[in-house]
Design a protein around this ligand. Structure first.
Ligand SMILES: C[S@@+](CC[C@H](N)C(=O)[O-])C[C@H]1O[C@@H](n2cnc3c(N)ncnc32)[C@H](O)[C@@H]1O
Length: 216
């Protein structure tokens, strides 16, 4: 429920990674390690909303060739610097590009499409569009890897989630004039876009989901 504060962190990209690790008490790393374990050497991977490169750099370290797209040039600059300092620059192609511009990429040109904490920054229409594009861009049986904030499904957790999240969302809006929305029915959206769900993991509070799906 504190994921909504990531918008505040994005306004200071140099502090983003430390901040998100504090907010998620390190659980983001475990979720991203789990997703990155599905990536093999030499695969072609697209990271939607790559930010400072948390998933991009994991995929590159696994030997993949990664295209990372993001609309925030400051986040991309940090991702670029990190790729260079870790000796991964040759495997990483970082582009200032939004979800709406993914239609310029060729059909079936990726083995894996992934996205961490970006869908919660998209409108419902953009989420559906991003999933359609992911389906088009993946080769047959290609993998979709997503980790993001999702609303809990049971009422006690829903109530707790709302009580904590709503004041934080207001604070975020006051500070950044933007906010995020937990992604409702993520597995259903993914299935509607033509994927078969392989694995879904939720955290203890059921407000964060990591999902692996395959292009059917
Ligand atoms: C919370 S950050 C997560 C960054 C990175 N994936 C990570 O996990 O560290 C969300 C990122 O999504 C990007 N983003 C938001 N809307 C986007 C859009 N329409 N197209 C591309 N990137 C977008 C933001 O600029 C930001 O860098």
């Amino acid at each position: 429920m504190t994921y909504v504060l990531m918008k505040v962190l994005e306004s200071a990209p140099s502090r983003y990674e430390k901040g998100i690790q504090l907010l998620t008490r390190g659980s983001i790393d475990a979720a991203y390690d789990f997703l990155a374990a599905h990536i093999a050497p030499e695969q072609k991977v697209l990271d939607i909303g790559c930010g400072t490169g948390a998933l991009t750099l994991r995929a590159a370290a696994a030997g993949a060739h990664v295209v990372g797209v993001d609309i925030n040039p400051e986040m991309l600059a940090i991702a670029r610097a990190q790729a260079e300092s870790r000796g991964l620059a040759a495997q990483v192609d970082l582009r200032e590009l939004g979800v709406a511009e993914l239609d310029g990429e060729a059909d079936a040109s990726y083995d894996v499409v992934m996205s961490g904490l970006c869908f919660s920054e998209l409108s419902p229409d953009e989420r559906r569009y991003a999933l359609q594009q992911a389906h088009r861009l993946l080769r047959p049986a290609g993998l979709l890897l997503i980790a993001d904030e999702t609303p809990p499904s049971d009422w006690p957790r829903k109530l707790l989630h709302g009580l904590i999240r709503i004041p934080l969302a207001i604070l975020t809006y006051v500070l950044t004039q933007t906010t995020t929305g937990a992604v409702s029915q993520l597995p259903e959206l993914v299935q509607m876009a033509g994927f078969s769900i392989r694995q879904v993991h939720s955290n203890r509070l059921h407000d964060f989901t990591a999902l692996v799906a395959e292009k059917s």
